[in-house]
Design a binder for this molecule. Sequence first.
Ligand code: G3P
Ligand code: CA
Length: 285
Amino acid sequence: MFIKKSRILSVLLVLLVFCIFVLLLVPFNLHSMSSAKTQHTDQPLIIAHRGASGYAPENTLAAIDLAMKSDAQMIEIDVHLSKDGHVIVIHDKTVDRTTNGSGAIKEMTLDELQQLDAGSWFDEKFAGERLPTLQEVMKRINGEKKLLIEIKSGIKAYPGIDRKVAEAVLEANALDWCIVQSFDTPTLKQINDQWPQITLHKLIVFKFRWLPLAFDGGITSFSNKKYDFAEAINPHYRFVNRRFVRNRQNAGLKVNVWGGKAPDSYEKIRHIPVDGWITDFPNLH
Ligand code: G3P
Ligand code: CA
């Protein structure tokens, strides 16, 4: 009898923990979809993710060129630092997934990196695409669209990457069209301390409902004030609702969502008045 009772208690406890977990993690937009269906009229800014990466190998000049011909007003890229201190445009910290080579970016020189084929993995017709530098991408965009530069791994992994990126923006006189974003708060803070004229965005994955916590690499406390160096907070699209967006906007922050991997990813959150969609599939002209 005693064993039975304790079993029932254990099952109830597991159920309770599961329910709490689901309540905290269920995508916020499920709730907001049922509560507020009004379409907002302002069109979100279209931000081409890793270039127009749905159509061309991510973070290459081919993807940038397609994004330039799309309806995106802004283009997002990711950067790492090479062994000889060049800012390389690539998403992963190794070249393994998106080139025909292998190894860590920080262990390779620019010359070694630019000998790799960064296009064939996506489609043979892109064979010969190279890993571009930040400066090469900036030259290609040349202020005709905005550029959102994501520092993937921060100053701990790459001491000095803050300065390299800031100098590229300042030397190109590109303050009005370049923005720096990162999940890494210390990196953004350091940039803000030294170059407050650079526009910054704070990336997060999600904020727990009701709790002042967000996931941005680890669980950290969230407050608008904590991120007051940023122009925008950029969360995963599955974790935004109308209240989250309005609260940030009332505090003077913008909200751009990311994570939409399919052309119609953002259809279900059309009613939420976010400021921007970071998408692999901007419309091509
Ligand atoms: O712009 C935000 C988004 O790019 C973050 O995710 O992994 O695609 O860089 P990831
Ligand atoms: Ca990115």
